[in-house]
Every structure is written in C-alpha cells, then in structure tokens.
Design a protein around this ligand. Structure first.
Ligand code: HEC
Length: 148
C-alpha cells in the first residue's frame, strides 16, 4: 500500500518535471522559430512569388460554357483585368489615357502583335493560350476602348 503510494508520487514528480522542461526549454525554442527574422523572409518570398501567383490567376482559362466565342468584355474581365485592372506586373492600367496614348498610337496591328506574342511582363495572350485570335482581338479592342 505504502509502496503503491510512493510510486504514484514518483510518477507525479516525473510528470511535473517533464512539464516544466517542456515549458522552459521546448516552448521558447519553438517560439524562436517563429521569430521576426524568418517571418520577414516569408514576406519577402511572398512578394517575390506574387507576380507568378497573379500570372497563375490570369492563366486560368476563361469560362467557355457554351462553346461560343467570348466577347471582348468577357475575355477582358476574366483574363486581362488581373493585370490591366490594377496595373499589376507594371501593366498599363485600363483607363489610364496617358499610359495608353503612345501605345494606341502604334496602331491596332502592333498592339495585337504584342498581345498575341507577349511583351516583357505581358505573357502571350495574357496567359490564356486557349483564346482564339478573334477573342483576343475583341479583348484588345475592349481594353483600348476603355483607355481612349
Ligand atoms: C500577367 C499580367 C498581364 C495580363 C494577364 C495581361 N497583360 Fe497586357 N500587358 C501587361 C504588361 C506588363 C504590359 C506592358 C508591356 C510593356 O510594354 O512592357 C502589357 C501591355 C499590353 C498591351 C500593349 C502592348 C503594346 O504594344 O504596347 C496590350 C494591347 C495588352 N497588354 C493587352 C492585353 C490583353 C488583351 C490581355 C488579356 C487577353 C492582357 N493584356 C493581359 C501585362 C498583362
């Protein structure tokens, strides 16, 4: 009886010691892992992959539910707006007349060529490889129309 009581006390003591060790040693160690330096590195990494993440977003195929060609506004809203709506990736913003005037001045064929083949940070067809030439043209015309 006395023996049993003694060993249960020993177990209790051991449990307390382990708990204290966990609190004093392991917890601060795990907190250190979440310190400010690694968090900053994460932010930086996030900032670096952001254009890629946005590109992924843009490259999602536009909905083509009924197989009919999508009009310019539909294509613009689902594909091009990701960059041209906000100026992401350095894209000339829709409606920014000053940014668009010199580009519009190069003429529709030149704009279409850039849109088809890509230009610097602008991916070919805005990343939506399934766009037909007519759909892409409609989107360029819509974008230019917003920016004149
Ligand atoms: C991933 C971002 C992104 C997407 C999506 C995107 N663009 Fe762009 N676009 C750009 C950037 C950046 C530029 C500026 C390129 C430069 O002049 O350096 C640009 C420029 C353009 C230009 C001007 C080209 C020139 O010759 O000056 C046109 C036209 C254009 N985009 C049309 C579109 C159309 C249409 C879509 C949708 C089908 C689209 N873009 C989707 C980023 C994007």
């Amino acid at each position: 009886m006395a023996q049993a009581k003694h060993s249960s006390q020993a177990i209790l003591m051991a449990t307390i010691v382990v708990a204290i060790l966990l609190i004093v040693v392991v917890w601060p160690l795990s907190m250190m892992g979440k310190g400010s330096a690694p968090a900053a590195a994460n932010d930086e990494a996030e900032a670096r992959i952001q254009p890629v993440a946005k590109f992924e977003l843009a490259s999602a195929p536009a909905a083509k539910s009924d197989g009919k060609p999508r009009d310019g506004a539909t294509v613009y809203n689902s594909v091009c707006m990701a960059c041209h709506g906000s100026g992401a990736a350095g894209a000339p913003k829709a409606g920014d007349k000053a940014a668009w005037a010199p580009r519009i001045a190069t003429g529709m064929p030149a704009l279409l060529k850039s849109a088809t083949n890509g230009k610097n940070a602008m991916p070919p067809k805005g990343g939506a490889a399934d766009l037909t030439d007519a759909e892409l043209k409609g989107a360029v015309e819509h974008l230019v129309g917003l920016s004149k």
